[in-house]
Design a protein around this ligand. Structure first.
Ligand code: BG6
Length: 484
């Protein structure tokens, strides 16, 4: 029992817990990886008992788990781990009751997962401490978004820091748990083939696309106040960018990796009112068709009629001012209701200085394409001779796949599964340090401020396309195009 941990989820009946956390915990249990996890205590404002919660959890798991992962015999043992505690974040007495439940379990370790409104994080930590529920074996996981700008983020971090040390604070960004993001570290730093070329001498531009086909899906007005820049770029896209761009770390220890990521974020050139129109595009989906289905526009969806200042798409040209990346644009884009769901990083190599061939290889530039989802793979697009007896040596594109394809068929691990396991085991490598999150806000704040100052409009795009035309123009003015 001495190494066991009880997990307490605040917002335990909410959207994130239902769709992501409980399915990931079920899978950890199924994969027999949850050996240090003792009980899972979901808290919520609703009145319910543990049996009621278990019933609900069972239905939700059947709905949200990947089709072939539900298993009655796994559920039979998983269900015994689930408990429910009614808790209103502001009610001290409720924390006493939580304490009683925790004492019954006798697990010395406690992992508090805050998956509720970030404005409540400070109060929750304060009350946990007040009720004597925080000790040297307690940790806290903080879900995004941590605030809505740098000031509010600092305030939350400050409040949490009064209760939890930094090494007990796990700021989650589930993109860091995705297999290919970690594979990127392996490919970059494990191969003498790639590491010397990973710089402006050889690389022309980098593109990061996080495209979703879903819309805002309700989400209780959260999105209306947030928008794509805060919801996706401030965290997921910038985390991926910092791993693509970082210097080799001194070791794979969390502090060393985070130090290098931090330097990249610090080197991002802030946007200003002078360049924001040239370097950013804001979009909002209008009605259209996605995957053959007619869909409504964002402003027609319930709860979003007045959200005409909210973007559901953003494209950016980011500049990293350091020796490695000077002169290499990082084109970033993310949006909802795009033509399909995929996330990828494209490293586009420079053109040859001179062509010897009968066809122009510059149209067939070398690229390294790192696909995060839906498939997980890495592919090097390179060139060789087109076979045959035709006059003149002609080039043709060939693809070198650097991924073991069986990986896409077998039992894939979900990002939350990996990150929950790391948090249970106390490994902070794939979590964000306080200064990283704050510096990422500093950069996104520069964009928001410049948008406000210049009144940068939100342009409509039809659902089912890849965003407004101006996103194509953002890259085309540099003589480049998005890799589709
Ligand atoms: C979340 C955002 O962090 O990430 C959502 O709040 C978004 O708006 C989701 O849909 C995307 O995650 P994934 O793993 O499905 O790409």
């Amino acid at each position: 029992m001495s190494h066991m941990v009880d997990l307490v989820i605040f917002g335990g009946t909410g959207d994130l817990s239902t769709r992501k956390l409980l399915p990931a915990l079920f899978l950890l249990h199924r994969h027999q990886l949850a050996d240090r996890l003792h009980r899972i205590i979901a808290t919520g404002r609703g009145e319910m008992n543990t049996d009621g919660f278990r019933e609900e959890a069972r239905e939700n798991l059947q709905r949200f788990l990947p089709e072939d992962r539900w298993d009655e015999s796994v559920w039979a043992t998983f269900r015994d781990r689930l408990f429910y505690q009614q808790l209103d974040a502001a009610m001290e007495a409720h924390y006493q009751a939580l304490g009683g439940l925790l004492d019954e379990g006798e697990a010395p370790g406690r992992l508090y997962y805050l998956a509720t409104l970030p404005s409540l994080y400070g109060a929750i930590c304060h009350h946990l401490q007040g009720a004597g529920l925080v000790n040297s074996k307690s940790r806290v996981v903080l879900e995004k978004p941590l605030g809505h700008d740098l000031d509010s983020c600092r305030e939350i971090n400050e409040q949490v820091a009064q209760v939890f040390e930094e090494d007990a604070t796990f700021r989650i960004d589930h993109y860091l748990g995705k297999e290919t993001v970690q594979n990127l570290i392996a490919v970059r730093f494990g191969n003498p083939l790639f590491s010397p070329q990973w710089r402006n001498t050889f690389i022309d531009n980098v593109q990061i696309t996080v495209a979703e086909d879903i819309g805002v899906e309700g989400r209780g007005g959260y999105y209306a106040k947030t928008g794509a820049l805060r919801d996706m770029v401030q965290n997921h896209v910038l985390q991926v960018l910092s791993i693509v761009a970082m210097e080799p770390p001194a070791s794979l220890r969390p502090a060393d990796i985070r130090d290098e990521k931090m330097k990249v974020l610090r080197a991002l050139e802030p946007m200003t009112s002078a360049n924001v129109k040239e370097h950013t595009v804001r979009g909002r989906y209008a009605a259209g068709a996605v995957n053959g289905q007619a869909v409504k526009g964002f402003l027609e969806e319930a709860g979003y009629q007045d959200a005409d200042a909210t973007e559901t798409f953003v494209a950016l040209k980011a500049t990293i001012n350091n020796w490695r990346w000077a002169g290499v644009p990082f084109y970033l884009r993310t949006g909802k209701r795009l033509s399909r769901r995929y996330s990828e990083i494209v490293i586009e190599y420079k053109k040859l200085p001179f062509s010897l061939f009968a066809n122009d290889p510059n149209e067939l530039i070398n690229k390294l394409v790192i696909r995060l989802q839906p498939e997980e793979n890495i592919c090097l697009h390179t060139l060789n001779k087109r076979p045959g007896l035709t006059r003149g040596l002609r080039l043709q594109p060939v693809e070198l796949h650097l991924t073991d394809e069986s990986q896409n068929k077998g039992d894939r691990y979900d990002a939350y599964e990996r990150l929950l396991l790391d948090a249970i085991n106390g490994d902070q490598t794939l979590f964000m340090r306080r200064d990283e999150v704050e510096i990422a806000w500093r950069w996104t704040d520069s964009i928001i401020d410049a948008w406000d100052e210049t009144g940068t409009p939100v342009k409509n795009y039809n659902s089912g396309t890849m965003g407004p035309n101006s996103a194509t123009a953002l890259v085309a003015v540099d003589g480049r195009s998005w890799y589709e």
